[in-house]
Structures are given as structure tokens and as C-alpha cells.
Design a protein around this ligand. Structure first.
Ligand code: C5P
Length: 212
């Protein structure tokens, strides 16, 4: 079974994907980490984030094992990732790795922006997770404050809106729900309720395919 979970930053898709993967004992790929990894490589080598040649080279030699997971999760790296993710050649260089992961014999859960539209359009279940920008900013703000980062809620909201704009307006593989994705709005749900809602979407899809 292939399950794709797409959605904007701080929608809850990553946590939902991890928990759904744990529930069905499926391998999970957070595809955002790939773009984050490319961005980190560029920064570490002193290249500008709009240096397309350097970005393509970093994507071609991509090796997730060599990257420091803690650092990849930093907020600034997420924003840098959305800048390298606009280059078609960078996306192309990361495509096979993601498609191969989706087609592991045991199945897979992938989360990101284009996993249901580009990486695995043939997925058995597609979920598109949304939440209002205000609620996503509030969640991110709480996370950052807990980590001791100093940022105002307004600045977090502005950064979220900017990332949404960049991810939705890019010409290639923009953030958008696949026509056959089920929408899951987590604005008024806590993580437990969101996970339960995702499970029931998967179960309904499985039953519909005769695997229930
Ligand atoms: O999901 P995460 O915040 O880790 O993603 C970082 C950035 O990587 C996103 O803002 C987006 O620009 C890019 N990305 C993408 N396609 C994906 C996953 C992430 O373009 N499938």
C-alpha cells in the first residue's frame, strides 16, 4: 500500500505521516528532508541559494545518511529548501530516489508537497492536509518558543505565508491537492484527532479497494 500525505508547512502532515507509517508498519519518507539536504549542502559550501548549477550538483550527489537530522529541521533550512525546490533540475535529480522509495515491495508512506501528484500519482491513498495559516503559525510559534527561539507570532505568520506562496506559485510540481486526494483540515483538531481522521481515510480507501 502506498500512502501519500501532502500539505503546506506546519499543517501537521509530517507527524500524521509518521504515525500512520508506524500504525501500518510501513517505511516513511519525509520528502522535505531531501530539499532541506540540498539547501544545507549549498549553505555549507558558501553558495547562494539561487546558484542553480551548485543546487543541481548537490541534488545529484544527494546522500541523506550524511546529513545531520537535527540541523535539517531548523526553520531557516525549511525556508532555504523552498528556494532550491523551485529548480526543475533539482526536482528531477531527486525524483528516482523518491519513486523507488514509494515502490518498495512492502509499501510506503511519503509526505511532502507533490507526493500524490508527481512522485506517486498511482498511490492507493492520498491525503491533503490543510489548516488555516493563522493556526499553522500559532503551532510553529509554540514550537519555536519552546526551543528558545525569539520570534513574534506576526513574523512566523509572514514567513508561513511567504513559504505557501513560493510553494504554490512555482511552475513545477506546485503545492496542490491531487484531484483524487481526500482533504483533511486540521485547523480545529489536535494531533491525536488528526491522526485518527487520517486512519479512517486510509481505512475507507482500503475497504473501497477490497482490502479492508
Ligand atoms: O516539508 P518541509 O517543510 O520539510 O519542506 C521544506 C521545503 O521543501 C518546502 O517548503 C518545499 O518548498 C520543498 N518541498 C517540495 N516538495 C516536497 C517536499 C518539500 O518542494 N515533496
Amino acid at each position: 500500500m502506498i500512502i501519500t500525505i501532502d500539505g503546506p508547512a506546519a499543517s501537521g502532515k509530517g507527524t500524521i505521516a509518521r504515525r500512520v507509517a508506524g500504525h501500518y508498519k510501513l517505511p516513511h519518507l519525509d520528502t522535505g528532508l531531501l530539499y532541506r539536504g540540498v539547501a544545507v549542502r549549498l549553505l555549507d559550501r558558501g553558495h547562494a541559494l539561487d546558484d542553480v548549477k551548485a543546487a543541481i550538483a548537490a541534488a545529484r550527489e544527494f546522500d541523506i545518511a550524511s546529513l545531520d537530522a537535527e540541523r535539517l529541521r531548523e526553520r531557516s533550512i525549511g525556508e532555504a529548501a523552498s528556494r532550491v525546490a523551485v529548480f526543475p533540475e533539482v526536482r528531477a535529480a531527486l525524483l528516482t530516489l523518491q519513486k523507488d522509495f514509494a515502490h518498495r515491495p512492502e509499501g510506503a508512506v511519503l509526505d511532502g508537497r507533490d507526493t500524490g501528484t508527481v512522485i506517486a500519482p498511482e498511490a492507493d491513498v492520498k491525503i491533503f492536509v490543510t489548516a488555516s495559516a493563522e493556526m499553522r503559525a500559532e503551532r510553529r510559534f509554540r514550537e519555536l518558543t519552546a526551543k528558545g527561539e525569539k520570534m513574534t507570532l506576526e513574523a512566523v505568520l509572514a514567513a508561513i505565508r511567504e513559504r505557501d506562496r513560493r510553494d504554490s506559485e512555482r511552475a513545477i510540481a506546485p503545492l496542490k491537492a491531487a484531484p483524487d486526494a481526500v482533504l483533511l483540515d486540521t485547523t480545529d483538531l489536535d494531533i491525536e484527532a488528526a491522526f485518527r481522521a487520517a486512519l479512517s481515510i486510509v481505512e475507507v480507501a482500503r475497504a473501497g479497494r477490497g482490502r479492508g
